[in-house]
Design a protein around this ligand. Structure first.
Ligand code: C5P
Length: 239
């Protein structure tokens, strides 16, 4: 069984504030993408990492990854391909770059640079054990409301409160049989309706997706405060 990882890293990351594409911004001096690539390459299950770079930044990303050594003991090959307009496009382009012979694929956001290898291994193992689609997820701390969307600044009427104990906040890497994820992306492309994660597309095919435990350190770096948390996690790992 062969497992590859696809890392979409082509987003601009506007919510983080102005500057370089999010994946190229530094965390404790090392670009977020480098942390994310190392996190995948550290898993002994992963033998190839496909990095999906900003459309005009593939060469820059190639140089960056050559410059930063892979982690000790990692045996994964790394290839870089240009991404697309949306995350979904970028993942599809990454999948298209997979050589024949890979049975499963982990899709991991560059924006989750600190995911522990145990989480990567657990997702890969669940797919290898026969689950067609696996997502790491955590219970949610906040109560979540559904609202009617109104104009900016207008109060939004609440339309429902899903029972919190049944909710999970989903992380990456999400793991799939390659043929299942490729079929899901092909269907979404034909029908033109997006989804905010890869597992959501697989659900629409009527294929079961299962959840394994996620990890606090697999949080997504989205807003400036997340950078503070990420650097604190890295500092704690170093001591
Ligand atoms: O914007 P968001 O945080 O949801 O992005 C999740 C991941 O998808 C990031 O790693 C980002 O770089 C990637 N992405 C991409 N291509 C896009 C948009 C986002 O690869 N066009």
């Amino acid at each position: 069984h062969r497992t590859a990882a696809v890392i979409p890293a082509a987003g601009r990351g506007l919510r983080l504030g102005p500057g370089a594409p999010k994946a190229l911004r530094a965390l404790s001096g090392t670009p977020m993408l480098v942390h994310a690539v190392r996190a995948m390459a550290r898993s002994r299950a992963v033998s190839l990492v496909v990095v999906v770079a900003p459309p005009d930044g593939a060469d820059e990303v190639r140089l960056l990854l050559e410059e930063h050594a892979a982690p000790a003991g990692a045996a994964a090959d790394i290839v870089v391909v240009p991404g697309g307009e949306t995350r979904q496009d970028s993942v599809r382009l990454g999948l298209a770059a997979l050589p024949d012979g890979f049975d499963s694929v982990l899709v991991h956001d560059a924006a989750r640079p600190l995911v522990p290898v145990e989480t990567v291994d657990a997702v890969a193992a669940a797919v290898r054990a026969g689950a067609p689609a696996v997502v790491p997820a955590l219970p949610v701390a906040d109560t979540v409301k559904e609202v009617e969307i109104r104009g900016a600044g207008e109060p939004e009427p609440v339309t429902g409160t899903p029972e919190r104990s049944r909710l999970r906040a989903v992380q990456t890497p999400q793991g799939f049989e390659v043929k299942v994820l490729a079929a899901a992306h092909a269907q979404v492309l034909r029908e033109g309706d997006g989804a905010t994660d890869d597992a959501g597309m697989v659900e629409r095919l009527g294929i079961e997706v299962v959840v394994v435990p996620g990890h606090d350190e697999a949080f997504k770096v989205t807003r400036p405060l997340d950078l503070v948390l990420a650097e604190a996690v890295l500092a704690r790992r170093r001591t």
